[in-house]
Design a protein around this ligand. Structure first.
Ligand code: ZN
Length: 274
């Protein structure tokens, strides 16, 4: 599933490729992915609008248009958003194709079909609860140690569930939660309130450093994730625990284990994560 580093990599790619382009047409191949408005309204009204900036909140991509409307895209499990300079041939996983006046196309495809698109005015953005209830961006100044410390005290959940909670912090998913906990040397099953001050500081530092490195590596590609140009990321080469069950821990040599924590398959080292 694309998490913050993957969505940020896509955002940066789209920013280089898409700014100033004007929509010419939209083809809606799968109605279920378009939450708002109807396909007819989108097809009628989107042409003529230009892309002015590309933002991101958590795992949501935000394409701002020149008339203060906004295309909101969530890739969910297996969504891909790839720009090509020629027409896209229709295949069974295509959800929508946006064509631009210069002949280029932005194709939204999704094998699992959970990915979603909304076209909204800025005022309606608050109606997207998943978006408006997001916690701070982990790499912004809004996320600081006193915030993490305070939020930990509010909850009685394990630290894996804490990291996955989008109201606590925007953008983390299963891969990076596991990697962050390994870097911070904290067991995923620990009650977050049981973390000592030094463990909380280690967790805070690990959240930032893991995400920064993953963005530098253009995300993690296990199977589906591609950037806006269709290229894979390379952070999978750096993974310490995720997807490494039964392999030796790169830090201590112990065998990496996997168990279900908070309903999610969780990878950890039983020796260096306490
Ligand atoms: Zn270890």
């Amino acid at each position: 599933m694309p998490e913050l580093p993957e969505v940020e990599t896509i955002r940066r790619g789209l920013e280089q490729l898409l700014l100033g382009r004007e929509f010419a047409a939209v083809e809606v191949c799968y109605q279920g992915s378009l939450k708002r408005p109807t396909a007819e309204e989108l097809q009628q009204k989107l042409p003529g609008r230009r892309v002015t900036s590309i933002g991101r909140r958590g795992k949501y991509l935000l394409l701002h248009l020149h008339d203060d409307t906004i295309l909101v895209i969530h890739l969910r499990m297996t969504g891909q958003l790839v720009l090509s300079n020629a027409a896209v041939s229709v295949h069974k996983h295509l959800q929508l194709i946006f064509s631009f006046t210069d002949g280029s196309c932005l194709a939204f495809s999704d094998i699992r079909k959970f990915g979603t698109i909304w076209w909204l005015t800025m005022e309606c953005l608050v109606e997207l609860k998943g978006l408006s209830s997001l916690g701070p961006e982990p790499l912004s100044a809004d996320f600081h140690f006193p915030y993490l410390d305070r939020e930990i005290e509010k909850r009685t959940i394990n630290v894996k569930a804490l990291l996955l909670n989008q109201q606590f912090l925007a953008g983390l998913g299963n891969i990076y939660a596991d990697e962050i906990l390994h870097r911070a040397c904290v067991s995923p099953e620990r009650s977050s309130r049981s973390l000592t001050r030094s463990e909380r500081l280690a967790l805070f530092a690990a959240i930032r450093s893991v995400l920064e490195e993953a963005i530098t590596r253009r995300g993690t590609t296990f199977s589906d994730y591609r950037d806006a140009s269709g290229a894979a990321g390379s952070f999978q080469e750096q993974l310490q625990v995720y997807g490494r069950r039964n392999k030796p821990c790169r830090r201590c040599g112990q065998t990496i284990e996997r168990k279900v924590v908070s309903g999610r398959g969780t990878h950890f080292c039983p020796v260096c994560q306490l």
